[in-house]
Design a binder for this molecule. Structure first.
Ligand SMILES: *[C@@H]1O[C@H](CO)[C@@H](O)[C@H](O)[C@H]1NC(C)=O
Ligand SMILES: *[C@@H]1O[C@H](CO)[C@@H](O)[C@H](O)[C@H]1NC(C)=O
Length: 406
């Protein structure tokens, strides 16, 4: 979904995740998404022009040559604009022959042969966000088509769905209806006979975090990451309030990465990646890997951070308030974050409102006590042992500290 209209609408919502708990939600059990998805998507890298076989295969080759596959990056996902503008005579989606000269299946087969997985994009309404055929009324047929092509991941958008204002690209009303069509597609995918990772993209409507795990393997919890610091702040601050809904099989999706896309500073890239990793978001790269800088590559290849993201507990970090620290402010990134790991605790310190020296005593961190611990800061590699940590951070930078308890 790529509309500025939706951004404005979202800013006027107040996300009160804690108020709407569905306590006994039965998690989708399709065997997928036990850890947050790691991969790449074409949209942020080149919008419609990147939805091609060439871009998919170039990226798959880069996954291998840059060592990303060895680090666990797996999905090569093509976003909007991959099909022709109309279905064929039997109502099937048709790959644009200019972008997919040998069709989709040939590319999926090649990507599978490289040990990677292939994803596609669709939309719950009559049209996709960019105006290509949507799946409304064709859910079963489309799921069967995806299965026949060997698709492994399906991102399902929300444009041109039933709306109070008629069929428009992005619509935020009425509340309460997106679950219906997200579930219809999920059921169709289940019936397709292929295990397909189901990525819900209805922009955080209808408190999706409270029910998304029963329908899909991940759910977008906000409108888009617009490739600016304000988006990182808006999304990460909202994610702090919904950490309890993440778990193996279903994770809050903080949206695709914008590292390497020319807008974020190096410090901002570290905070974007570090918080997404700690919040157990899917990490779906959104840059052109044929042109990636060594600085960006160092962040996206940080094995320690990827291990935090992929930890087997699947528990998302959230904020904590040390004694004497100010209360969190809605819409701002709080400086102190922590979350449990299978062998320790990860602490995030974020200088979101300007250069700062941030310190914590381990006894004030959820999951830790007053003894001495060994720790490692995962961006600098600095290590230590003690009862507390302190980092001087430049504006918008963060430290991610893994504390070992086992
Ligand atoms: C429409 O596309 C599907 C899937 O690619 C194909 O199986 C079918 O034969 C096509 N129908 C027509 C009428 O070309
Ligand atoms: C923090 O750790 C240092 C050494 O690691 C120690 O000297 C200092 O007393 C500790 N501060 C607090 C408040 O515990």
């Amino acid at each position: 979904m790529k509309s500025r209209v939706a951004l404005i609408a979202a800013l006027s919502w107040s996300v009160d995740a804690r108020s709407a708990v569905e306590p006994h939600v039965k998690r989708l059990n399709n065997g997928l998404g036990l850890k947050p998805a790691l991969g790449w998507n074409s949209w942020n890298a080149g919008q419609c022009s990147a939805a091609s076989a060439q871009f998919a295969l170039d990226t798959a080759n880069k996954f291998i040559s840059l060592g990303l596959k060895d680090l666990g990056y797996e999905y090569i996902n093509i976003d909007d604009c991959w099909s022709t503008k109309s279905r064929n005579a039997t109502g099937h989606l048709v790959p644009d022959p200019g972008k997919w000269p040998n069709g989709i299946k040939a590319v999926a087969d090649q990507i599978h042969a490289m040990g990677l997985k292939f994803g596609l994009y669709g939309c719950a309404g009559t049209l996709t966000c960019a105006g290509y055929p949507g799946s409304e009324g064709h859910e079963l047929q489309d799921a069967q088509t995806l299965a026949s092509w060997g698709v492994d991941y399906w991102k399902y958008d929300n444009c041109y769905t039933p709306c109070n204002g008629g069929r428009v690209q992005t619509c935020q009303s009425p509340q309460g209806n997106t679950r219906t069509w997200m579930t219809t597609m999920g059921t169709a995918l289940e019936k397709s006979g292929r295990k397909i990772f189901y990525s819900l993209c209805q922009w955080g409507r209808d408190n999706v975090w409270t029910w998304g795990a029963s329908v899909g393997n991940s759910w977008r919890m906000s409108v888009d990451n617009w490739n600016d610091w304000a988006s990182v702040v808006r999304i990460a601050s909202a994610a702090a309030g919904m950490s309890q809904y993440a778990g193996p099989g279903g994770f809050n999706d903080l949206d695709m990465m914008q590292l390497g896309n020319g807008k974020l500073t190096a410090a901002e890239e570290r905070t974007h990646f570090g918080l997404w990793a700690m919040c157990k978001s899917p990490i779906i790269l959104g840059n052109d890997l044929r042109k990636v800088s060594s600085a960006t590559l160092a962040i996206i290849k940080n094995a320690d951070l990827l291990a935090v993201n992929q930890d087997s507990l699947g528990k998302a970090a959230t904020t904590f308030q040390p004694p004497g620290a100010p209360k969190p402010v809605s819409g701002q990134i709080y400086p102190y974050w922590a979350g449990p790991l299978s062998d320790g605790v990860v602490i995030g310190l974020v200088a979101a409102s300007g250069a700062a020296t941030l310190s914590v005593n381990f006894k004030d961190v959820p999951g830790l006590g007053s003894q001495s611990y060994s720790w490692k800061e995962l961006y600098t590699g600095k290590t230590g042992t003690g009862t507390n940590i302190s980092f001087s951070l430049s504006s918008h930078d963060m430290a991610v500290v893994k504390v070992k308890t086992k």
